[in-house]
Design a protein. Structure first.
Length: 766
């Protein structure tokens, strides 16, 4: 209740402006409360009135029962007084009973003698009706039943009197009534045939036969009940009560119960069982086809509800009986389907079929709680878990098979990656994987159950995330192998070439994966409730983000290989005479340009932007890291740095294709302005130069600025120490975090560290 109230308040007050409406909302809620209170009061009064009436009715009934009891006692007393007032009453009573017994004996003998001719009449009536057919009304069945019942009463009396007779007498009776038993069997066969074909008879417009048989069963039920009551009275009741109800005993004579109602409905039940068996046999092992063809169940029950119930007494609750028959057979049918060890898609089909079954039963007024035993034994949640387990098992199996081939190609690189129509490199793994995943998600979506769809999406997401981690591990291992390959220069390398192309292909595949994931999210999230929509969107967003992250890691690996190829020229910058001739810089520019040209045509444009930007930043960081202590003379060194900067700038914006916008390059190149200013300024101005650097790059490391200062040949190391000590002290005293509004993220200079150069330079291999 508290949660409901909280949810209602949360619904009414969502924004700050809603607080101004509290008074009006309070008034509105008070009015609603008053209406509800009045409705509750009226309801309580009505229930109180009904309860009072019920109590009064019970009291009246007790008074009536007491009056009836007193009246019965009075009548019995009058009977006793009457008997006592009549002289020789016992003799008269015995004589009347003797006369009655004579009459019964004469009647019994007459029936005994005429049984053969009566059987001929009964068999003639049935022959006149002909063989049971759907369009045969069997008009004589009621008369045949009446005549047959009289003969059976004679047989029952005969067996009653024969209880104390010899075996010969009983054998004679059995032989005499043999033809009657045959006729009874023939008649019973017709009754059972009708019971087994009730619905088909209605569909054939032969409801009159159903009504006739219903009257027969109704009559037999009442006769059986009377016989049972008479037998019970004779065994358990007092003599006085037996005398009072003697007429009942006379009416039922010695009739044995015949159990027609039970036989009739047992036959109807067998018919339902046979129908289900035929349905299962028809579709064999195709359980999906079987589940798609169960509409006849509800058609049959609809006919029972609308037609058959009108042919039978209401007290029989025929519809309830048939619901029970059909439901139990449905229960067995679904268990049969489960026993076939169905695949994941069929499990969903089962759950969907069960849900549809309960919905259609509810439309006919049958609640799920009234249907026992519950379909699937109430194991829907367990089946849901089984479905997800099968999905996970199959997805992992497919993922493993797919990954084995993919990774083998990635590691051995015996053949180049595929090229699509846009000349972009790629592999087919992601396309195949998402084809499999889309199939599973579409099947789950067809179930119409948000929980199942969300669970399927969750498990598919787990598999994709596992696949990404596996790819990341393989990718990093291969990059590390190539960077550490000591045989690249002397031709003894055991590392296959073509890793750059495969890194590009892998990065492109991750962008495809992100696009496919977003497409799934756009397709399935809107079709579920808000509860599952948030869950699905959040999970798929996570997968999409990880695809992008892995693509970026591929770019990081690619850039590592590029700059591993440039170890030697970076060693020559600032410290070698060839630097002033521009050779190392030219080699760096040419190598990077070659990579950029290839990547521009073969990388997805989205990830190429990341590649170009990361390449630009890494170039700047590597260049700054190459600064050597006391290596630069001013102004000669400054002029060469300007030449290098110009070449680097033209590398990105001076080509036929503008790889990066000039504005962005200029923004990132501002650090070079600070480098030149640091090299050209006086010693006293150095603290100001650091502050200026921090204004453009708020997180620029002190180590970077120290490296710039130490590169000056005109400043001794001792002086540099003093200057940096002073700057550090000032930074510690004044440094504070930047305003959140002015700086939203770290700059690339925060990644600057004193890099340790690789031991060797690799060559690019295609």
């Amino acid at each position: 209740m508290e949660q409901t109230a909280s949810a209602r308040i949360a619904e009414l007050i969502k924004h700050h402006d809603d607080l101004d409406k509290v008074s009006s909302l309070r008034s509105k809620l008070q009015k609603e409360k008053a209406v509800i209170d009045s409705q509750l009061k009226a309801g309580v009064q009505a229930q109180t009135h009904v309860t009072t009436q019920g109590a009064q009715s019970l009291a009246d009934a007790k008074v009536s029962l007491d009056a009836m009891r007193e009246e019965l006692i009075r009548i019995d007393k009058l009977r006793v007084e009457s008997e006592e007032s009549v002289q020789d009453f016992d003799k008269i009573n015995r004589l009347s009973k003797i006369l009655e017994n004579f009459e019964k004996t004469q009647t019994f003998l007459n029936n005994f003698k005429t049984m053969s001719s009566e059987l001929t009449v009964i068999n003639g009536l049935m022959e006149e009706d002909g063989e049971p057919e759907l369009d045969n009304p069997m008009n004589n069945i009621l008369e045949a039943h009446y005549r047959l019942s009289l003969l059976r009463d004679v047989e029952d009396s005969a067996w009653h009197y024969a209880q104390s007779s010899t075996d010969d007498v009983r054998r004679t009776i059995s032989k005499h009534f043999g033809p009657l038993d045959q006729t009874v069997a023939k008649f019973d066969h017709r009754i059972e045939w009708v019971a087994e074909g009730l619905l088909e008879l209605l569909r054939s417009d032969n409801a009159s036969l159903v009504v006739r048989v219903a009257k027969i069963i109704d009559r037999e039920e009442k006769q059986d009940l009377a016989s049972e009551m008479a037998s019970e009275i004779a065994q358990n009741s007092s003599m006085n009560t037996a005398n009072l109800l003697g007429s009942l005993q006379n009416m039922t004579s010695h009739r044995r119960t015949r159990g027609y109602p039970a036989k009739f409905f047992d036959a109807a039940k067998r018919s339902v069982e046979d129908t289900y068996k035929y349905c299962i046999d028809t579709y064999g092992e195709d359980v999906d086809e079987l589940l798609d063809n169960l509409e006849w169940i509800f058609n049959d029950l609809g006919l029972v509800q609308e037609g058959l119930t009108k042919c039978f007494p209401q007290r029989w609750r025929v519809f309830d009986k048939f619901v029970q028959y059909y439901h139990y057979e449905s229960y067995k049918l679904y268990n049969h389907v489960l026993d076939t060890d169905p695949p994941a898609a069929t499990i969903l089909h089962i759950l969907d079929s069960v849900r549809d079954y309960y919905e259609k039963m509810a439309q006919m007024g049958v609640s799920k709680e009234d249907l026992k035993p519950p379909l699937l034994d109430g194991r829907e949640n367990a089946l849901y878990d089984d479905y997800l387990s099968l999905i996970v098992s199959k997805l992992r199996e497919w993922k493993t098979n797919l990954s084995t081939t993919e990774k083998e190609n990635f590691i051995e690189r015996a053949v180049p990656p595929e090229t699509d129509s846009d000349n972009r490199l790629g592999m087919q793994g992601e396309v195949v994987m998402f084809s499999i995943i889309n199939q599973q998600i579409d099947v789950a979506a067809d179930s119409g159950l948000g929980r199942i769809l969300a669970g399927c999406v969750d498990e598919c997401s787990n598999v994709l995330l596992e696949r990404q981690k596996e790819w990341e591990k393989v990718m990093k291992e291969q990059v590390e192998l190539q960077i550490n390959d000591t045989g690249a220069d002397d031709g003894t390398s055991t590392v296959p070439g073509g890793l750059v192309e495969y890194l590009i292909a892998l990065a492109n595949d991750q962008i495809k994966g992100a696009d496919y994931t977003e497409a799934i999210s756009s397709r399935v999230a809107p079709v579920v409730s808000k509860k599952y929509r948030t869950q699905i969107s959040s999970r798929l967003d996570q997968v999409s983000d990880e695809f992008i992250n892995l693509a970026k890691k591929c770019i990081t690996g690619l850039i590592s290989i590029i700059f591993n190829d440039l170890v030697t020229p970076f060693k020559e910058i600032f410290v070698s005479s060839v630097w002033y001739k521009g050779r190392p810089t030219r080699q760096i520019v040419d190598t990077i340009l070659e990579y950029m040209v290839d990547c521009y045509s073969s990388l997805n444009p989205i990830i190429f932007e990341v590649f170009a930007d990361d390449l630009l930043e890494e170039l700047i960081l590597q260049y700054l890291n190459a600064l050597a202590p006391s290596s630069l003379k001013v102004p000669k060194g400054s002029e060469q740095i300007k030449n290098d900067i110009e070449q680097f700038y033209n590398l990105f914006v001076g080509q036929d294709v503008e790889y990066i916008s000039p504005e962005h390059v200029q923004s990132q190149f501002k650090v070079f302005e600070h480098l030149l200013a640091t090299l050209d300024c006086t010693v006293e101005e150095l603290p100001e130069r650091f502050q200026a650097l921090r204004e453009d790059f708020w997180d620029a490391p002190l180590d970077l600025f120290e490296k710039m200062v130490r590169a000056r040949k005109d400043i001794e190391g001792k002086v540099v120490k003093e200057i940096m000590s002073s700057i550090r002290t000032e930074v510690l005293q004044t440094q504070q975090a930047p305003d959140a509004g002015s700086v939203s993220q770290s700059t690339y200079l925060s990644r600057f560290t004193t890099l340790s150069s690789p031991q060797r330079s690799s060559k690019r291999r295609k």
